[in-house]
Design a protein around this ligand. Sequence first.
Ligand SMILES: [Zn+2]
Ligand SMILES: [Zn+2]
Length: 366
Amino acid sequence: MAKKIVLLVIPLVIVALLVGSMFIGVFPLNAPPSSSNPPPNTSPTDVVSPDGVTLQVVFLDVGQADCVLLKTDNYAMLIDAGNVGQDKLVLNYLIDYGVTTLDYLVATHPHADHIGSMASVVKAMDRIGMVMMPDKSHTIKAFENLINAIEEKDIPVNIPHPGDVFTLGNANVQVIAPNSAVYNDLNDYSIVLRVEFGNTVFLFTGDADTKSENEQLTNGLTLKADVLKVGHHGSRTSSIQKYLNAVAPSYAVISCGADNTYGHPHKEAMTRLTGTGAAIYRTDEHGTIIFVTDGETITVTVTHGFGSIPLLGTGSSELAYIGNKNSKVFHLQSCSFLPQEQNRVYFNSRQEAIDAGYTPCNTCKP
Ligand SMILES: [Zn+2]
Ligand SMILES: [Zn+2]
């Protein structure tokens, strides 16, 4: 477990320098329990382990969907890849973070909000070492596209089992779920991964619901983690009390869209999560959320309002604007008047939105 926990918010001036006029704002958060150790770092890249290697875990803001990037040394893993129609958004994130190859691409389960834009990722990467997915197909077009893209590039596919271990650079990754062959609920097929880097631990749960959580509690594998990717976007059918007790996170991250139609995160789940004492981060409120660890210390950086921030000084150029198909108005990702997922259209630049006949929102003034 991490020795100490430090909250970090990028100083406004640094962000402004990094992203120029794209800067919207950086908000201090509910700080985690105070540490007796003073914050030793001022930027994510300042966290350096004795061998100089860090692990970055980036919860990309993809609205009501999941997309998590793990980078360490020259290794990278992507867990899920956003929703249908977010191809450009996800690919731009990968460009911004300097990712052109993936050692592992994980499709936690074949729901559209997890694999919707994954075929585009497969096509765009120079190399993908392996795709991991559960032994479960789906009839949606995005799944068919993904399978076709994987076959086209002849990428090995692995169906992981609980207890399987593999490495991502210096990180050790263990498969925790799924534990059964057949489920009624597609969400319970979610691949759950526990990633150890030095003494710090991250747990990625996809949309695993109650049945899967109960199985994880009894399969003999350790769940304890510093950072929990909250199951199923904060649904009340995940994050059962016993599960949270076992994980005992210091940080809980919810990937969800503002005013999503599911009402995620549900009040009941939030109550249980708050009860753990963990600092809670939400992509709908905090934008992309970046964790950096040297194996001892964990720092968190939030980027409210835009999804494009260079982590390691790699070139950042464009960010996605979100248009409303019905009103033909376009917004910044930070806007509180974003359309519902099914009415969204994404643009790479302001000019692209205007060229498409969209007008800027009066509130966020993109
Ligand atoms: Zn989902
Ligand atoms: Zn799902």
